[in-house]
Design a protein around this ligand. Sequence first.
Ligand code: ME8
Length: 512
Amino acid sequence: MDENFYITTPIYYPSAKPHMGHAYSSIISDFFARFKRIQGCNVLFLTGTDEHGQKIQRAAENKGMDPKSFCDEISKTFNDLSKTLNLSNDDFIRTTENRHKKSVTNLWKILEKRNEIYLSKYSGWYSVSDEAFYSEDETEEKNNTRTSKTSGSPVEWVEEESYFFKLSKWQEPLLKFYSDNPKFILPESRKNEVISFVKSGLKDLSISRKSFSWGIKVPSNNDHIIYVWLDALTNYISALNYPNVQDKLYKDFWPASLHLIGKDILRFHAVYWPAFLLAADIPPPKRVYGHGWILSGEEKMSKSKGNILDPIEIIDQYGLDPLRYYLIKEVSFGNDGNISQEKLENCINSDLANNYGNLCQRVVSFNEKDFNLKIPNNYKFNKDDQQILNTYSSNIENLINSIDNQNINYYVNFIQEQLFAANKYFNDQEPWRKKSDKERLNSILYVSLELIRKISILLYPIIPESSIKALKIFNITEDKIDFDSIKNHEILKVNSDINKIPILFKKIIKND
Ligand code: ME8
């Protein structure tokens, strides 16, 4: 397969160090990037930091630092986190880089040239925390503070000269775009919210600010700073060397296959971004998926609420792959989810240590005693063998479709069922009682090893490090992992050597 696949995370504000919500978006994006790679696609995976605007300027001031040094410091913690999370990102973009400034300035000039921008005056509410403008009816008075109804963050009154983007003009073209591209916004429930918002009427959008200086200047009027969202969204094409539209990266990867974001920033990605692009005659991305929130108690985790979970602490205590597995499996994708230590420990003990790790150890140890660490020969699949093996070949299209529709839950359920089925197969077939029936014994061991190979491949996008460790049994290295091979049941070469591997997951001893 030579399909190109371009996936992006949101670019994160380096206003404070990363938390579990950021880790979540990044891990899910990595899951898709890794799946597409083992499917044989040419993948580009981008993440980065969104460094301009009043929010960052104020955060830097609070620390008594200049914004650039402040961003250098915190952006590094996001870049370090990408490594700690074992993200397979190909690039990490910072909006303070020249390649990005060039790209934003160019997009602005095109919009100006196409008469999509005009100068006027903005008066209304602005949330620095969300970097968003709100109309009167989108705000409310709470504890003597005017706040945004959707995010709860405080808003302040802004009155200043501003450039406007003619968003109202794009209302109908956007609605047509949504109906021509029914899977542009997922999940479906959020798509409906966006469509009703657009149908309710779009006002022109203020796209420059004058009252602070930290940002990219409007090329034709240096008193103005380009609105941070117009700046930030453009990162997705800056990384492809836009405005050089002849560049191979741009040609191969634009329009993006998937912008994966949290539901809080769907409006920016599903309304403003395609409108800017349509206005500049650039094709919009193929899909925007707005995932749910990781909650702490009942609330969205965020710095301002002081209820953040630190991914590094969890990784130090439990390891990376357990956290990745937990976030991908336990947070029903598309919905909000809670993190609990108890559920995480249950996941480690039951799914990872018992069902997966133990299966690998049992089968390899059995093989060592009876087959001297060789793939059995002279096997013959019976009906039970055929049935369990065929589950993979008959589900391969469903699995691919589930990923192509961001239905992670289907993919993860399939793995869980197959882990259960593989353990049951080994127990039910009782190879320890088949020592006198060599052909049957050979077959059970061959099938069990083959099931470990298939499951480990399926697990690779979720827990890459552990999957690679398990695939060492068969001397399969990361670059040889091929998703399509799960439909083939006779890849393992008879009489070839297999390897013992260390315990994959340690069980958590609970003190209750
Ligand atoms: O909004 N649960 O940056 P940001 C799940 N710079 N995901 C969460 C989360 C939570 N509790 N909290 C944050 C910005 N996220 C802009 C984006 S893109 C061109 C510019 C994730 O640092 C989620 O993906 O506030 C959310 O959309 C993103 O982090 C916001 O990160």
